[in-house]
Write a protein that binds this ligand. Structure first.
Ligand SMILES: Nc1ncnc2c1ncn2[C@@H]1O[C@H](COP(=O)(O)OP(=O)(O)OP(=O)(O)O)[C@@H](O)[C@H]1O
Ligand SMILES: [Mg+2]
Length: 459
């Protein structure tokens, strides 16, 4: 780390000089001031990383300087020095915002060590801030990729409802981005500085789930050797994400309903309730209304949860997102793995656009990650895709168009691709026979196969 700029404030000329020499030897850039006022002027007009300030000085003393300095340069690290130091002054200086305190006289090593420690702390603080920003960025809209109208509408809804505490129910098939959306809701609310805690209601054994969620008193049951806070308490001020809510056992459905109604929880084995402030976001792959009809989910809880429903469409109903997502994941994983992969060949992309994607975006993401591991070229090629994708053929004409798509040209292309594939399948890849079925010339067929990047089965 490069030594920073240090301002020395002391009324004693010989001391200032001695300290300057010590610091300059360690490559610090040093400025000096002989009293608080002069120091404050320098601090206002220039940038310093650290200030070493004497406490006893005529005119403005160290304590006064400290108070003023915090107003003009909030981020600067101030270390106080004094020969008359008592513990009281030290504590008072720290209370006023000084980072540390050294008593004169001190050895050169001692002051250098103090400066280094302060630098390290500052570095960690900055790193932390950066990481927090990174995490927030990761879940901002910029990282939820879509141009599908239904998804864009959902982004608008998120912006609108994020600031409120209303309960939200997110539904959608596995891998459609439910958790991603839940996090986006959290990070777009003023709860973002507080925890976002995900709980998978289906993954925790029924007998443990209650104490996981609500905590327990000491001695509440055999293993309860000490009091434990539950996840509701841990999430206080933030968001609790109840994933797979459809798996919540009936007794806990009642308890959750009570939390939603009263805003309080009770630890297992305790009689008094605790007030909590938690936003609930629930998610499920199940059709909860049907679960209610079939008596597996409480109707009253369903209505409590379903205040603001968000339904994420499966990937096969928004195929226009596939090229975007592919691009997004290619960037993500080529960077992460430090491989110079730029894109994907048209043939491979065509296969991806037409695949059924029952595992939705997660499955697509895994496919791209794997392909980037396997490829040693600039582009992902057909052979880098899993064999079941390479062999996948839709029975019906290719990709259905997005709902909001009216272009005749695009629709005809989709239709043509579907018919050509069907004909090639039927004729086991014989171009002449396929062209006859399609009632086009042999040359036209070859042209179209190339133009549309149609993948042919090995003959
Ligand atoms: N629109 C999107 N843009 C970018 N990445 C996405 C998008 N949707 C989902 N993903 C990514 O796909 C993966 C799966 O998303 P997520 O975990 O949110 O799905 P889920 O609906 O909670 O799935 P499950 O029901 O299986 O838990 C994650 O890595 C997520 O970042
Ligand atoms: Mg999930």
């Amino acid at each position: 780390m490069i030594p920073g700029r240090v301002l020395i404030i002391d009324d004693e000329e010989s001391f200032r000089h001695m300290l300057s020499v010590i610091l300059q030897k360690e490559n610090y850039e040093v400025e000096i001031a002989s009293n608080g006022e002069e120091g404050l002027r320098k601090l206002t007009s220039s940038h310093f990383d650290q200030v070493l300030c004497d406490i006893r000085m005529p005119q403005m003393d160290g304590m006064e300087f400290l108070e003023e300095a915090k107003k003009v340069a909030a981020g600067v690290t101030i270390i106080m020095m004094s020969a008359y130091g008592t513990i009281d002054t030290a504590i008072e200086a720290m209370k006023l915002g000084a980072y540390d305190y050294v008593s004169k006289p001190f050895k050169p090593d001692e002051i250098i060590l103090t400066l280094k420690k302060a630098e390290e702390r500052e570095r960690l603080r900055k790193e932390n801030e950066l990481l927090r920003k990174e995490i927030q960025k990761e879940y901002s809209f910029n990282n939820i990729v879509s141009k599908n109208q239904k998804m864009l509408d959902i982004f608008e809804v998120i912006k609108k409802v994020a600031p409120y505490k209303s309960t939200i129910l997110i539904t959608g098939e596995s891998g459609t981005g439910k958790e991603l959306i839940a996090r986006a809701l959290h990070y777009h609310s003023d709860r973002s500085g507080r925890p976002f805690i995900p709980v998978n209601c289906g993954a925790i054994p029924e007998n443990l789930l209650e104490s996981e969620l609500f905590g327990h008193a000491k001695g509440a049951f055999t293993d309860a050797v000490r009091m434990k806070k539950g996840l509701f308490e841990e999430a206080d001020g933030g968001t609790l994400f109840l994933d797979e809510i459809g798996e919540l056992p009936a007794p806990l459905q009642v308890k959750l309903l009570r939390v939603l109604q009263d805003g309080e929880i009770r630890r297992v084995g305790e009689s008094k309730s605790i007030q909590i402030d938690v936003r609930i976001i629930a998610a499920t792959v199940k059709d909860l209304a049907r679960e209610v009809r079939e008596n597996r989910f409480r109707e009253d809880l369903f209505y409590r949860l379903n205040v603001l429903p968000i339904h994420l469409p499966p990937l096969r109903e928004r195929r226009e997102d596939i090229p975007l997502l592919v691009n997004h994941f290619v960037n993500k994983y080529s960077q992460a793995m430090n491989k110079p992969v730029r894109g994907i060949s048209p043939k491979a992309l065509e296969v991806l656009v037409n695949y059924k994607w029952s595992g939705n975006v997660r499955e697509l993401e895994n496919t791209i990650e794997r392909a980037i591991v396997l490829t040693d070229k600039e582009n992902i090629e057909l052979e880098n895709l899993p064999i079941e994708l390479q062999n996948f053929r839709e029975e019906t004409p290719a990709a259905p168009l997005a709902e909001e798509e009216y272009s005749i040209k695009k629709a005809s292309k989709v239709l043509e691709i579907g018919l050509i594939k069907k004909a090639l399948k039927k004729t086991k890849g014989n171009h002449t026979h396929a062209a006859r079925l399609l009632e086009i010339s042999h040359r036209a067929l070859l042209y179209k196969i190339r133009e549309y990047g149609i993948v042919e089965n090995e003959r």
